[in-house]
Design a protein around this ligand. Structure first.
Ligand code: IMP
Length: 194
């Protein structure tokens, strides 16, 4: 069976990733499963570059096929902030309650039609022969006026999906996977792996 390493230490993401890649005839390992400890500097200037840096580095270290992702939230009114700095916005250890409240405050008085935003996920696949393939998935929505919902993580409680009438934190994991940036990118990269 083919072996694929997914360069993440996040167990929540691994669960989502295994579910989406289940029909590939491959064993999907996390960095921990593969016994790899790596501290990679994500100094790219786009989601794609950051995903490529991680995938390429771990592929060089292991000689296996490696997938890596990089994701974040782009708010149009804030010139696409927090973007590639989504995890580090206001500090890595700051709670999302505080980050979300801050973003809502920065949009005070901004009308619905100018609150557009999207989640972006780039996934890169690095192959032992040196080739790298990269795909992008997005989920469009709007920044809400208050936090809503208990599911998901990060910015989900303020990410309102007009066509569903709820935030992405009010969707089940299965519902979110079907429409999410990460779900779309993972299904696209799957086609590159077949
Ligand atoms: P990454 O692990 O470097 O890709 O960090 C992505 C960051 O973007 C996360 O820490 C979250 O702040 C945010 N993010 C990405 N995807 C989602 C999502 O599906 N829901 C909520 N926040 C997300």
């Amino acid at each position: 069976m083919k072996k694929i390493i997914f360069a993440t230490g996040n167990q929540g993401k691994m669960k989502e990733i295994r579910e989406i890649l289940a029909d590939l005839d491959a064993e999907v390992l996390s960095l921990k499963d593969a016994g790899i400890q790596a501290d990679i500097v994500e100094d790219g200037t786009s989601f794609e570059e950051n995903a490529q840096i991680k995938a390429r580095e771990i592929c060089k270290m292991t000689g296996e096929i490696v997938l890596a992702d990089d994701s974040g939230l782009e708010i149009d009114y804030l010139n696409k902030e927090p973007g590639i700095y989504s995890a580090r916005y206001m500090g890595e250890d700051t709670s999302y309650r505080i980050k979300n409240a801050n973003l809502i405050e920065r949009l005070e008085g901004v009308p619905d039609e100018q609150r557009t935003a999207r989640f972006v996920c780039a996934v890169a696949a690095a192959f032992p022969d040196g080739t790298v393939k990269t795909v992008r998935g997005t989920m469009e929505g709007r920044i809400g006026y208050e936090e809503r919902g208990e599911n998901g993580f990060g910015y989900d409680p303020i990410f309102y999906l007009p066509e569903y009438g709820c935030t992405s934190a009010q969707l089940s994991m299965e519902e979110k996977n079907k429409i999410s940036h990460r779900g779309k990118a993972l299904r696209a990269i799957k086609d590159e792996l077949r």
